[in-house]
Design a protein around this ligand. Structure first.
Ligand code: F55
Length: 811
């Protein structure tokens, strides 16, 4: 048999009997147990393997098709992936949901029970990590040859427990029971250097030899990333740090110094031990820079290895390769590729630089100045001495270019330099802009503000480099899987399920918004989803704010609203009111004390309301622990109102806003991030807008912002802040109030009245249930644009210039 002609595999069966046979064979031969003694975990592992095998077969065909066509590849470099649970997704994507359910039933289990055993790899913090997962899903769905590279952290984002005392954190040993979805690939191990010194190469101006002082191994494993409704199965390749043999000190061990003997090995393996739980605040810690370089060094060598399988020399490299940097975290790749090309492959500097610049593209995810990554020069010098030299040279040549364009403008040179002065820092965003062919923001407003503010000098120098690619979300995970009831109704209403791959078809729901019986079913589904969630009265308005805790996102504004409602009910208990269930979920970085105070305050407010018999019939605050992808999939389908209330100009895009709108929640939000694009699509009458816009917000302090004035002029605001200040809601409440009264960085008080007025409009609309339901349907109908399939089509056409490579069917 010539394996190169096809993939030489026996076909895996498509019938329930064949699936069941494979399940049994996996139970006996791989799991090593029997039907009689199989536990739920045995059944889960075996089912996962059986499903995985079906995808692995598609994976083999994908690899064969890619190998044959030698295409242009997309490599997505991201320090984070929030992939979510895998079983249900893989059942759906492999089309084995029904036969699998039958087969496990014969073993005495239900598929739902086994799905409960499926854990999620929490290898990310929030939006950025989940975006990476949605984008790899859509790359596979769009048949784009792609590999996602990341780090296989032993401990993912911490497990959160909410009590009346606020948030506590526990380690997340996510793969403790094994991970059936993962394939180790020890043969593709890489060697990574750190520290040490550089030596000149005689006769060369630019080449150097780097002699590292520490060597660590990177061992890859991969998870399958199937496309939906297509044959493509791509991979996400995750690196684990392993100590080299040499790092075990046998002589110390023999001398009885057991801890010292393994000390170096432990240090090496710490690199992939834990995900940094901070979003948006850079810590400047050495271990984090080590993680970044570890990811980059392993991945680039793997990319080059893969290129060399089909190509020779370097001429074709930039044509066959595009490397997308997910924020600045993997930006050291620019210096690393230069190092590999110049020092190891002996290319001329200019040629190496041309290749490097053409190969990379950079996505920025923030506007917060404190989230723009910088590293102390001295740390860089110690950890990555050769990379610092290369960055200096890149910077010198770059500043020469700037000087030629703007002679004598020293201030501009200082602003644009990759090296900041006092203290001396490496500015990763500057390196990312200088070393790439394309730079994009993640929503229209964000991209515009990047050009006008943070990166304005660069946009002036290279206007064509700057683009917008508005974020999107996977309709499979966040509609089809999360909300099966609504999905079935949509499919019935449209007469087809093609919307799952072609989300703009949801427009067809527009006419159904006028159909009373359709509206009734729509409403019944929302209610049933609320019953499933069991967060509160299913007939109450379910008002959700689910996202990381950060002051710029303004959970504190929502708390002021809740306290005001509480006061209103107490003052006039007899009045008829809209019952509300306010649901908060999200994690705060463990060291972010102000955010943790807000969490604790919410827990206290929730308990106070619960105990109050006058208020509790109308108002309930719930705060489920440990917000993650799995919990999001339960909450989102049950939401009526979506809180997107960041200070305008601070939220780059948001993606929760898209997930909620697509599931028929109506947004109350500011003119921020993708809210603006959601509003433009669903129509202003189907969106609750309030607050300052980004320009007003930016000017507020310039014109003199005094939070105290709002306190003095608004009695309800005063009552809420006084209650907090009095200690009625604990010390955390006092600290939140004092921070708002003294500085209020995110203009919470300025937007308070506008927000409360807008919430009144929400209640008016809720009273008219027909109107509300129509708004809800129209939100879903008009949000098809926010599919990550569209996002990927944008990247593919405008940034990557890649074409799909279809994978043939097996019949
Ligand atoms: C993680 C680590 C560091 Cl060091 C910095 C930032 C992060 C992080 O998680 N950022 C993040 O999630 N950013 C978000 O990206 C989303 C996807 O583009 C946006 O929708 C969202 O607005 C932005 O805050």
């Amino acid at each position: 048999m010539d394996l190169r002609q096809g993939i030489g595999l026996r076909k895996l069966g498509k019938t329930a009997e064949e699936f069941q046979q494979d399940l049994l064979s996996n139970l006996y031969y791989r799991r090593g147990t029997t039907v009689e003694s199989a536990s739920a975990r045995d059944a889960y592992e075996t089912l996962s393997q059986t499903v995985r095998d079906r995808l692995a077969e598609r994976r083999a065909r994908t690899a064969a098709a890619h190998y044959a066509s030698n295409p242009r590849w997309v490599y997505y470099l991201s320090a984070e992936y929030l992939l979510g649970a895998q079983l249900e997704q893989n059942l759906l994507y492999s089309g084995t949901g029904e036969i699998a359910a039958e087969a496990v039933k014969a073993l005495g289990f239900s598929i739902e029970d086994l799905e409960d055993l499926d854990i999620e790899p929490g290898l990310g913090n929030g939006g950025l990590g989940r975006l990476a997962a949605c984008l790899v899903d859509s790359m596979a769905t769009r048949d784009i040859p792609a590999v996602g590279y990341g780090i296989r952290y032993d401990l993912g984002i911490f497990r959160q427990i909410i009590t009346e005392n606020g948030q506590t954190e526990l380690p997340d040993d996510w793969a403790f029971q094994g991970n059936p979805w993962e394939f180790p690939a020890p043969d593709d191990r890489q060697t990574v250097g750190f520290y040490g010194h550089t030596e000149p190469v005689p006769g060369s101006q630019t080449r150097k030899v780097w002699v590292p002082g520490e060597i660590v191994l990177g061992e890859p494993s991969h998870m399958l990333v199937p496309g939906y409704g297509t044959e493509t199965v791509n991979i996400v390749r995750l690196w684990s740090a392993k100590a080299s043999e040499a790092s075990f000190d046998l002589s110390r061990f023999s001398a009885g110094q057991y801890a010292e003997a393994v000390q170096e090995a432990v240090r090496a393996e710490n690199i992939s031990k834990v995900l940094y739980p901070d979003d948006s605040t850079e810590l400047g810690r050495e271990l984090r820079l080590k993680q970044q370089y570890f990811l980059v060094s392993c991945s680039l060598r793997d990319i080059i290895r893969r290129f060399r399988l089909r190509n020779e020399g370097w001429d074709g490299f930039a044509e066959k390769t595009v490397i997308q940097l997910n924020d600045t975290h993997p930006t050291i790749a620019i210096a690393e590729l230069m190092r590999l090309l110049v020092d190891e492959y002996e290319l001329e500097w200019d040629r190496a630089w041309e290749i490097t610049r053409k190969t990379f593209a950079y996505t920025c995810h923030t506007l917060l100045p404190e989230a723009l990554e910088t590293w102390p020069v001295h740390l860089f010098e110690r950890l990555l001495p050769r990379h610092l030299e290369i960055i200096y040279l890149i910077n010198m040549l770059f500043l020469r270019e700037v000087e030629a364009r703007f002679p004598g403008d020293d201030d501009r040179l200082r602003r644009m330099s990759i090296i900041g002065e006092e203290p001396r820092m490496v500015r990763m965003a500057h390196l990312a802009v200088v070393g790439t062919e394309a730079v994009n923001g993640v929503a229209e407003l964000h991209s515009k503000l990047l050009r006008e503010t943070v990166l304005d000098d660069f946009a002036e120098l290279w206007p064509a480099k700057f683009q917008n690619v508005t974020n999107g979300i996977s309709p499979r995970r966040f509609v089809r899987i999360a909300n099966p009831r609504l999905s079935d109704l949509i499919t019935e209403g449209l007469g087809t399920d093609t919307w799952i791959r072609d989300l703009e078809r949801l427009e067809g729901l527009e006419r159904l918004a006028d159909d009373a019986s359709f509206r009734e079913r729509w409403q019944a589904i929302k209610r049933a989803n609320k019953v499933d969630l069991a967060a509160g009265d299913p007939d109450s308005l379910t008002d959700v704010m689910i996202k990381r805790f950060h002051e710029y996102k303004r959970q504190q504004l929502k708390v002021l609203h809740v306290i005001t409602l509480y006061h209103r009910i107490r003052q006039d208990p007899g009045r008829d009111r809209v019952p509300r269930t306010v649901l908060f979920a999200g994690k705060a970085a463990p060291a972010y004390h102000a955010a943790k105070d807000i969490i604790r305050l919410i827990a206290t407010v929730a308990a106070t309301i619960e105990k109050d018999p006058v208020v509790s019939p109308y108002l309930k605050v719930v705060f489920p622990s440990n917000y993650n992808v799995t919990l999001a999939e339960k909450i989102i389908p049950a939401a009526d109102l979506s809180e997107q209330i960041s200070l305008a100009g601070k939220e780059a895009s948001g993606t929760g806003n898209m997930k909620l709108a697509l599931n028929g929640a109506i947004t109350i939000g500011t003119m921020d991030g993708a809210n603006i694009e959601i509003r433009a699509r669903v129509g202003e009458e189907n969106f609750f807008l309030f607050g300052l816009d980004a320009y007003e917000a930016a000017n507020a302090r310039i014109n003199g912002y005094f939070p105290h004035r709002y306190y003095e002029h608004d009695p309800e605001l005063r009552a809420a802040l006084d209650a907090l200040g009095s200690g009625a809601f604990g010390e955390s409440g006092q600290r939140v109030a004092s921070s708002l009264m003294s500085w209020d960085e995110y203009l919470t008080l300025a937007d308070f009245r506008s927000y409360l007025d807008c919430q009144e409009q929400v209640e008016q609309a809720w009273h008219d249930r027909e109107r509300w339901t129509r708004m809800s349907i129209l939100n879903t109908a008009h949000c098809g644009f926010f599919s990550s399939d569209r996002t990927i089509a944008d990247y593919a056409a405008r940034i990557w210039r890649v074409a799909p490579v279809p994978v043939p069917h097996d019949d």
